[in-house]
Write a protein that binds this ligand. Structure first.
Ligand code: HEC
Length: 225
């Protein structure tokens, strides 16, 4: 499965492709404990953090006590709730700045609505708040899990490859497949191009920096602070 982004995850009603986790605290707990990811536990991680005087001081300042399983999970979830990326050009357009998107991008938005993409990719996160089958009219990619959480399309330009199994390498491919598989429509190249242009307006910013694909980041930008 491709890793869903943590940006704006706080706005999703369930987490993960399968939507089987309902809170960021529980998600952090499960990931720490999952033998295939971190093979540890919140309690074990807290013991390790208690050996670091700086961590102990930071937790005392925030919680009045050193790290334990509950404060550790709360700290991770609280941090994740700060990972919002507002201020996309589409947000600015919705707020009344008519020059924020181009005529082609606007045509893409009209298509997004008229074709019915919006029936599934909807709400503040342009997705993330429904479960749907994939391949309603025509199958694509791996069939399991049958039901997935509709992904948010915010910052989607920055997160290839696409679909839960990463089977679409580009956004063009993903959009074309969506039209056929979910809506039984063979989209023209022009329609795909307009839809992709619209999706490009959903890229927001975090701390004043526009969200970019990981491949576009210099190694230094990926290093911990
Ligand atoms: C019936 C619901 C439904 C409709 C209609 C729909 N989608 Fe989707 N969309 C999904 C689901 C479910 C997935 C996840 C599929 C998967 O991972 O296998 C998805 C995934 C995507 C992705 C990949 C996102 C990612 O991060 O991997 C893009 C891009 C996308 N849709 C765009 C569109 C566009 C554009 C349209 C209209 C042409 C559209 N969708 C119509 C439900 C829908």
């Amino acid at each position: 499965m491709t890793t869903p982004t943590v940006f704006n995850a706080a706005l999703s009603f369930h987490l993960n492709w399968e939507g089987n986790v309902r809170s960021l605290e529980r998600e952090a707990e499960q990931t720490l404990g999952n033998p295939e990811t971190m093979a540890s536990s919140a309690a074990e991680a807290a013991v390790k953090l208690r050996a670091d005087p700086k961590m102990v001081r930071l937790f005392r300042d925030a919680y009045g006590k050193g790290p334990d399983a509950a404060t550790l999970l709360d700290a991770i979830a609280t941090y994740e709730r700060s990972l919002l990326t507002p201020g996309s050009r589409f947000d600015r357009w919705l707020a009344g700045d008519s020059g924020a998107i181009t005529a082609k991008e606007l045509a893409g938005y009209q298509l997004f609505k008229s074709l019915g993409c919006i029936a599934c990719h909807q709400g503040a996160n342009v997705g993330g708040n429904l479960f749907q089958r994939h391949g309603i009219f025509h199958p694509f990619g791996s069939r399991l899990p049958e039901l997935v959480r509709v992904p948010s399309l915010r910052n989607v330009v920055a997160t290839p490859p696409y679909f839960h199994d990463g089977s679409a390498p580009t956004l063009e491919a993903a959009v074309k497949i969506m039209g056929f598989a979910q809506l039984d429509r063979v989209l023209t190249d022009e329609q795909v191009s307009a839809l992709v242009a619209f999706l490009g307006t959903l890229t927001g910013s975090y701390r004043g920096q526009e969200i970019r694909p990981a491949s576009a980041l210099a190694p230094a930008a990926m290093a911990p602070p």
